[in-house]
Design a protein around this ligand. Structure first.
Ligand code: HAM
Length: 416
């Protein structure tokens, strides 16, 4: 017996159905906001993530599934979607297409984290990126879209946490200030932070070990006038959009590319792994990866975590409308043709096996939750007919010509 890997899950019904519902809700919302889908490779050059996500982040330093392939290439399973999207944007000159620069993606991401409830090594993200728009309208629009998606999917009780990390200029002065502060207490920091503060002092604020204490004591970033104005406009526009949020100056996010607005959506119901979504602006990433100067903003929701929040919501009824039963051996072919006709008419239909006994087939029909059993026995075969037996009521069975059966069932099934 070979089991699945730790942190890698089989998504079985009804959870798989929840994933599909969330994806359907997302596609509807993306349609409303003018986002188009891109499907990106799961495997990329390792360098892509080192350069964009950042070589001092936990994701790249500790969690990436990186390896050398048979051809000696350094590759990695994508730990997040933004770098691949930015690569595709640059590689295909998407900025030249005259499109609105709004893209979404849905798919698996991989991080070798310690698995626990809500944290897996393979998980699904739905991500949205708006490239080429530097205005605070884009910030408010993208966050409002995220809130709309959560509502549409039925996820309630979440809070939006917001902060601004400023631009390169605001951060240059802050970097020195923070570095001096961290150097002064380096013996109290965890091993990885001690190793990386010189390269990226901001990472200590996001560290799972040191971050919480530092949030209280570390110096705070002060925004330059342009970034302060951007942040203030974003907050005003969010209010106009009816989005509730809290500003939290400790929110730094665990990826290197962010500038200005950053945000997370959290749910207390998730416990330790409470982030349902993370995102922010990355105005310098496209250029730093070799593309045009294209400011951008985006987010990604964790579908696994959304599904955890929805798991007690009843799934829509997936029972078939009709269950076809062959009550005589010779009736199998007619029953099989009837299944085809029912499905062609848009009626979800099922059967067990036409070679089994009538009793066994009827037992399966009852278990399936179908509304009607459609029986073809010797008499029906001779008459070119089918007997319709309502399964949810005790009585009322009747016989109709076989060609009329789909229309008859359609008439009697509740309209969706
Ligand atoms: P992130 O915060 O690293 O951001 O991930 C976004 C979401 O993915 C998290 O809020 C969480 O719901 C989910 N997630 C992350 N790791 C795991 C895990 N191990 N198991 C289950 N769910 C997980 C990003 O990935 C950025 N690319 C978001 C972004 C897009 N920023 C700008 N554009």
């Amino acid at each position: 017996m070979i089991n699945s890997l730790r942190g890698f899950r089989d998504l079985l019904p009804p959870e798989s159905d929840l994933f599909a519902r969330i994806e359907t809700a997302a596609r509807e919302v993306f349609g409303l906001y003018g986002y188009q889908e891109v499907r990106l490779p799961v495997l990329e050059k390792k360098e892509l993530f080192v350069k964009s996500t950042g070589d001092t982040t936990d994701i790249v330093e500790k969690e990436m599934y990186a390896f050398t392939d048979g051809g000696g290439r350094e590759v990695a399973l994508r730990p997040e979607g933004t770098p691949g999207l930015v690569r595709a944007y640059i590689e295909h000159n998407l900025g030249q297409t005259g499109r609105n620069g709004k893209y979404f993606y849905i798919g698996p991401m991989f991080r070798a984290e310690r698995p626990q409830a809500g944290r897996y090594r393979e998980f699904t993200q739905i991500g949205a990126e708006n490239i080429g728009n530097s205005s605070p309208y884009a910030d408010a629009e993208t966050i409002a879209m995220l809130v709309r998606l959560l509502e549409k999917a039925g996820v309630a009780g979440c809070s939006v946490v917001l902060n601004s990390l400023g631009c390169g200029d605001c951060r240059k002065a802050y970097r020195e200030l923070l570095l001096a502060f961290l150097r002064g207490r380096s013996e109290t920091l965890c091993e990885p932070c001690r190793g990386r503060i010189e390269r990226n002092p901001l990472r200590a604020l996001d560290c799972k070990t040191d971050g919480p204490a530092l949030a209280e004591t570390a110096p705070k970033l002060s925004l330059c006038p342009a970034c302060a104005e951007h942040f203030s406009r974003t907050r005003e526009l969010l209010k106009i959009s009816g989005v509730e949020f809290q500003v939290n100056t400790s929110l730094v996010r665990g990826l290197d590319y962010y500038t200005r607005t950053v945000f997370e959506v959290r749910s207390a119901a998730l416990g330790g792994q409470d982030a349902v979504c993370g995102g922010g602006r990355y105005d310098d990433l496209v250029r730093s990866m070799g593309g045009p100067a294209a400011p951008a903003i985006g987010w990604a929701v964790g579908v696994d975590r959304m599904a955890l929040l929805l798991k007690d919501k009843p799934a829509p009824d997936t029972a078939p409308g009709a269950f076809v039963v062959s009550a005589a051996k010779e009736a199998g072919e007619k029953a099989f043709a009837l299944l085809t006709a029912l499905r062609a008419a848009g009626i979800s239909s099922d059967y067990s096996s036409f070679d089994l006994s009538l009793k066994s087939q009827m037992r399966s029909a009852d278990k399936s939750g179908a509304s009607f059993a459609l029986l073809i026995g010797e008499d029906e075969l001779k008459a070119g007919a089918v007997t319709i037996k309502p399964l949810k009521e005790k009585s009322g069975q009747y016989t109709v010509p076989i060609k009329d059966a789909p229309a008859e069932i359609e008439k009697r099934l509740p309209k969706l």
